[in-house]
Design a protein around this ligand. Structure first.
Ligand code: ADE
Length: 211
């Protein structure tokens, strides 16, 4: 599943050495003779729970000096956004734990010091897609990942735009099937273009996110 990240911008960043990641199979750390990693929940209920031992062993093997920020992807967590992405990009390393089934034994989270992070108020069948979303969004803030032509400076949620959603973009041709690019963008008047973009950003934010 994680092979997807080796494509495109993230793939290039890995080749250039700006970032690296490794997918680890928790089953490799199970001491059970059948490499079992889940069991029935104490107290009853549906579904299976991931057991404590393989998670704790894998975490300790991956990060023996306990230096990485540990994140368990879960719908129960703090809701991920660009501010959190920027904050996580400053860390030397992230260890992302992907849950399955009904969840993981709480002791694994407590022993290893995992914080919980959700990518939104919906439930996925596993944490892998959520982890990939986090990796992608965080990587954009790691130095050397985005080229100067794809800067994260002036985009939705950026400081430059005052946390607003992004204004609309246009490129050639100046007219398509009668639909024209707004005149101001062709004017070469930078102050007016800036003003127009801020106004559009405010309007779009109000429309999409206004109460
Ligand atoms: N695992 C299942 N659903 C999730 C979500 N919304 N965010 C993060 N991890 C999850």
């Amino acid at each position: 599943m994680f092979g997807l990240l080796k494509q495109s911008i993230i793939g290039r960043a890995i080749l250039s050495g700006a970032l690296d990641f490794e997918a680890v199979d928790i089953r490799d750390y199970s001491l059970d003779k059948h490499k079992k990693c889940d069991d029935m929940p104490y107290g009853g209920g549906s579904g299976m729970v991931m057991t404590v031992q393989p998670i704790v062993s894998a975490t300790r093997a991956i990060d023996p000096q306990n230096r990485m920020r540990k994140i368990y992807l879960s719908p129960r967590g703090r809701v991920f956004n660009n501010t959190i992405a920027k904050e996580l990009a400053k860390e030397d390393g992230l260890l992302l734990l992907c849950g399955h089934y009904e969840g993981v034994d709480q002791r694994a989270l407590d022993i290893c010091g995992y914080e919980e992070l959700s990518i939104g108020d919906y439930v996925l069948t596993g944490g892998e897609l959520a982890a990939m979303v986090v990796i992608d969004a965080v990587s954009r803030f790691v130095d050397g990942v985005l080229g100067s032509d794809a800067s994260s400076e002036e985009e939705s949620f950026s400081d430059t735009l005052g946390g607003l959603l992004e204004y609309p973009h246009y490129t050639r041709p100046a007219e398509f099937e009668g639909h024209k690019v707004p005149d101001v963008l062709l004017s070469g008047h930078h102050a007016q273009i800036k003003k127009w973009r801020m106004e559009k950003a405010k309007k779009i934010t109000e429309k999409m996110r206004g109460e």
